[in-house]
Design a protein around this ligand. Structure first.
Ligand SMILES: [Fe+2]
Length: 442
């Protein structure tokens, strides 16, 4: 009797431990063996808050760097040679950062296409081992898109096992996509990089994949990044546009690569004039780029939404994209893959914008697919494994394919056609566009 009670208690304890530590909505591609192999890296990752982040610069041939330090006397060098001979010292701009730390920002310019460089920076006064960096061409290039790595989302984020699991999932995805696309020019992240906006632990985890020492990532402000300066401290974004109602994390920004204008919107700021200013500044600076691609965390046409969703996200932002001839919008937030028809004025059209929403990049959380999706959805998947999307530019269309990280299977593939025209937009055309979208839903 005593023995059976003990066994029952043990089973209950195991069930409780399992239910506490494994969130039902998470799901990974990595195995238990992968997790075990990853474990020894965790302490090394957490020991280094000076880990560097790379972001795209204003254009191809420019890369931005940022890292945190305790001291103000930091340096950055870049060289053609691994031994750092003839290294060029670049200016380091410093600002006060979270927890009394310093945010160090550097921009490397005039980098040559196809050339390999080595860079080294001081970590509290001591130079790091040189990191290798190859500049990818800006013609016929591939960009990888992911969202919601959201390290710490799969359970109680104060538990190390939760963070380790999500970080292992994120590293697995980065490893997988860079193995499949070793020459990707850069990565775009659709937001929610961390679960808690001010967590240095989660920041270090997000930046931990070794591949990110040579691969820039254009990050987006998500609802989990919004309430702290940490996002702005560690991501050195190009062409930040001044916003009246900017969040603590920062503002929208833009950059180009080849014939593509990339615009990143801060959807946590729903001020129409601020978002219009970001898009207008970008388009005014680069009116002739063939492609216009927007990244925003929340999706106006998510598979989680209905046909008659009257939210400001749909009314304001989709109307702006109609006015500024945006070809493709990349989002996340709902942790569910979906892709729309070509949309204009709130309904399907021959010319307009395609809205793609990707699922979790780490496996830390998924949202369920509704039983019935809205009429604007072409495809939607609740994969329960991390996915990534490859966008290839260079032809007459943008080729877009989304891959599962467990089987490498393509779950969705399509082409985006050019939607850019010479139409002029101002606040009046935007307001007209909002009413057009509103009336299409009534
Ligand atoms: Fe999220």
């Amino acid at each position: 009797m005593k023995k059976s009670v003990k066994i029952l208690s043990l089973i209950l304890a195991l069930i409780m431990a399992f239910s506490i530590s494994v969130c039902a909505e998470s799901g990974y591609a990595h195995t238990e063996e992968d997790l075990k192999a990853f474990l020894p890296r965790w302490n090394t990752i957490q020991a280094d808050y000076t880990v560097i982040s790379l972001t795209p610069g204003r254009e191809a041939g420019e890369i931005n760097f940022a890292w945190l330090s305790a001291t103000e006397s930091e340096s950055f060098r870049i060289s053609d040679n691994r031994d750092m001979s003839s290294a060029k010292e670049l200016e380091v701009h410093q600002e006060k950062a979270i927890n009394g730390l310093i945010s160090n920002n550097v921009t490397a310019t005039s980098l040559e296409e196809g050339k390999t460089y080595y860079y080294s920076y001081t970590e509290n006064g001591v130079f790091s081992e040189p990191e290798k960096l190859t500049v990818q061409p800006d013609e016929n290039f591939t960009v990888l898109y992911i969202s919601d790595a959201q390290i710490g989302r799969s359970g109680d984020e104060t538990l190390e096992e939760v963070l380790v699991r999500d970080t292992c999932g994120w590293n697995y995805t980065v490893d997988k996509m860079t193995t499949e696309f070793p020459s990707a020019a850069f990565v775009i992240s659709g937001g929610d990089q961390f679960q808690s906006p001010d967590s240095l632990t989660q920041m270090k985890a997000y930046l931990s994949p070794e591949e990110l020492r040579s691969l820039p990532v254009a990050n987006t402000i998500g609802n989990h990044d919004d309430d702290s300066t940490l996002y702005g401290d560690i991501f050195n974004n190009p062409n930040e546009v001044k916003e009246l109602f900017s969040s603590e994390a920062g503002t929208g920004y833009y950059y180009t690569y080849g014939d593509v204008l990339f615009i990143t919107i801060n959807t946590e700021n729903t001020s129409l004039t601020d978002s219009q200013r970001v898009i207008r500044s970008a388009v005014k600076a680069h009116p002739d780029k063939k492609w216009r691609v927007v990244t925003m965390h929340r999706n106006p046409y998510s598979a989680s939404l209905s046909d008659d969703d009257f939210s400001d996200i749909r009314l304001l932002f989709s109307s702006l994209y109609d006015c500024y001839d945006i070809d493709l919008v990349l989002s996340g937030h709902d942790h569910l893959y979906s892709r729309t028809k070509v949309m204009y004025g709130g309904k399907e059209a021959d010319e307009g914008t395609v809205y793609l929403q990707t699922s979790s990049a780490s496996g830390s959380n998924y949202d369920p697919l509704p039983e019935q999706t809205a009429s604007f959805i072409v495809s939607a998947f609740d994969t329960r494994v991390p996915t990534y999307t490859a966008l290839t530019f260079g032809g007459e269309t943008i080729e877009v394919s989304t891959y599962r990280t467990d089987t490498d299977e393509i779950i969705d593939s399509f082409e985006v056609e050019d939607n850019t025209s010479d139409s002029k937009s101002n606040i009046f055309t935007v307001i007209f566009s909002i009413f057009r979208t509103l009336f299409s839903m009534i």
